[in-house]
Design a protein around this ligand. Sequence first.
Ligand code: UT7
Length: 350
Amino acid sequence: MSRAAIVCGLGAWVPPTVVTNHELAERLETSDEWIRTRTGIEQRHVIKPGEATSDLAVEAGRRALESARAGGEDFVDVDLVVLATSTPDHPCPATAPDVAQRLGLGGVPAFDVAAVCTGFVYALAVAASMLTAGTARQALVIGADAFSTILDPHDRTTRAIFGDGAGAMVLRAGEADEPGALLGFDLGSDGTGAGMITVRAGGSRQRSTGTPASEGDQWFSMEGRAVFTEAVLNMSKSAQSLADQVGWSAAGADRVVAHQANVRILRAVGEQLGLSAEQIVINLDRVGNTVAGSIPLALADAVASGGLRPGHRVLLTGFGGGLTWGSAALMWPELTVIPPNAPTVWKEPV
Ligand code: UT7
């Protein structure tokens, strides 16, 4: 049997401050009705001034470690930390070493992976490869973003969608026939679409000119409609091609946990893959689009609410800036999950 990375812990965290659609509508020209019908989102969580992505990552990481310990892992001896984020605490250095140190894991290799909303799947693939290669034995993989810090306060579209949050998994080296084994990955990118999801200023290109950013260039911007189309196309294609690779049909997966950006995207992916509503995990109604935190947060919510159970065949699929996309497949293991604060009650998708 071939070596594989095994999921043995899961945790998630959203900051306690909630911003409802109604609250957004008091400040911006939008409405609860528009946001709910166009995106499926009802509220999102945001950090307080002075907080940062690492604070979310530490909370989620701590819960994932507790989950691994509670699940009877004899020893939790993480020797690798990979943090997926596109809102690091600072442009330099990476945020992962600080997170590792605050979790009491200082000294282990720790680095960031930046693939925006696909970040968690990319980070999972990197960590799994290091585990199967023998470079590490146990990994903590975290997806965390605080997009509220880079949104244009006047942009009603992005403010309606994005929220802050984090999720994390503990992986260990094992065999491919064990429950929780990551069975395969499908990853891709298309740099021709780099401008569709971007923060124009603040990087080396703008800094090398020595000129201040043009007004607005410091904020996140997104070509919503074009991204919508690309997201449906690439998540469907990637999930399908991974299902073929691991010998499942996409429709044969018990649960598809896709990046939570817009319920209309999830429905369209479901249609492309021939999924029933029950197969598609949805938690964006309460957290919005949490970028790299999205997939592990959705997993933790689905486990906590009983929608995802041991033995389920699970396809994860993400799409985001870069452009990037990626999918992972696994048989869901028996896990003691520390529920995210205020988990969603499982309900039939709308
Ligand atoms: O996370 C990584 C990837 N990101 C995504 O997957 C996001 C993909 N895109 C989307 O989810 C959707 O495109 C959005 C939610 C961003 C926008 O929804 P849409 O249905 O594509 O709207 P639109 O951009 O085509 O805009 C339709 C109208 C426009 O008004 P006009 O030009 O028709 O008069 C917008 O100005 O809706 C307007 N609009 C709003 N109205 C009220 C845009 N945002 C809002 C808003 N409230 N918040």
